[in-house]
Design a protein around this ligand. Sequence first.
Ligand SMILES: [Zn+2]
Length: 375
Amino acid sequence: MLFSEVIGHANLKANMIRNAKSGAIPHAQLFLGLSGSGALPLALAYAQYLHCENPTDKDACGQCAACNKSRQLIHPDTHFTFPFIPNPDVKKKSDEKPVSADWMGHWRKFLESHAYPDVYDWMDAMAVENKQLNITSAECAEIIKHSNLKSFESKYKVFIIWMPEYLDKEGNKLLKLLEEPPADTIFLLVAEDEKSILATILSRTQLTRIPPLAEGDIAEALLKQGVPANQANQVARLSEGNYRLAQDLLHTNDFGFEQLLIDWWGIILQNRKGDFVAFADQFSKLGREKQKYLIIGAISLLRQALMLQQMRQPSALWNEQEQAVCTALAQRLQLKQFERIVSLLTKLHGYVERNGNTKLLGLNACIHIARIING
Ligand SMILES: [Zn+2]
């Protein structure tokens, strides 16, 4: 992937290029950001830049043999580690343990269709539901083994470790390597949740926070994709700097997302308990993805309401009905209540993602949020 194909983050890209040009590349870096902010695409572009035979001041050349291999994710000096379960289609000798590489074929196809993936997309791609993914001890041994080999074609050996959150205690095997890797060996760890990473790993990596994307950058990317300007702006505004979410939101117009969102807040604000079950019923029929958008929409609206309350600035981008809900929330909620509801909705989002009983979840959410608001 080229830097030019990664949305936004001009400063971060410039930094990476500066480091690469100077040869002073931190040998263990942690890119921390939500999947939709582009931490993984940045790591892929960085690896390609490091391998490229004719890099410019702005990007890899995109033409050389190394770039071709990087684009196809077959560069022999880029090693991928990601969470996995044993691949049932890969036969192993009795002394061989499953490793990430058993899934490389799936991984390549996966990244072709998911430029801004998260771990749930990856679970879908491996067709493993409700199984515990892991980055295993054997995979750590594999990393150590490869790090001791000479690079094949590039000056650098790059190890991209996606979702180091899945490294359990076995991750401690890597500490020495992260601390003192062989020359020209670069580790790029790509994570979403700082709290779930081993402290011993965190302390040995240089942290780069990948912030949410600018709304304008998302809108521009959507325009390039051929999305009409109106819709691109609206989706960019709702997506909160998350391109992955923006992609999802593109498909929401077909289920009356905005009206449902207004209705949901309406029954809660008015504490219309009799309508909770009907809402939960409607919610449960939406399907996982749409349920997630609705929850994110609800959080987004809540944030707008908080902005309105704190800064007294209504957002010009919201329509009249949304403004009315924002105003009502801003008038009635204290900061603590905002926090409790956002936390509750965030949990709900997690439950939905893990395929909970969504009718019950929807009902519970209504009851609890109404209780927080109405006492
Ligand atoms: Zn190149």
